[in-house]
Design a binder for this molecule. Structure first.
Ligand SMILES: [Zn+2]
Length: 61
């Protein structure tokens, strides 16, 4: 079994963790209502996906 040769210092651990920050999630626009949405998902505002209605919205405002 591998055993660490020496203790990792706070500085060494933190400087390694400097690269592990989370990146912001990707954003795309809806082809129907032009609002921002997550890519490869049905639009939560108008229910469109791939330029056609997948979910019919009950409350049309
Ligand atoms: Zn939409």
């Amino acid at each position: 079994m591998a055993v660490p040769r020496s203790r990792i210092s706070k500085s060494k651990k933190r400087s390694r963790s400097a690269h592990s920050a989370l990146k912001p999630k990707g954003v795309s626009t809806c082809s129907n209502c032009q609002k921002t949405k997550r890519p490869h998902t049905i639009c939560p505002y108008c229910g469109f996906y791939a330029k056609r209605a997948v979910i019919s919205q009950k409350s049309a405002e």
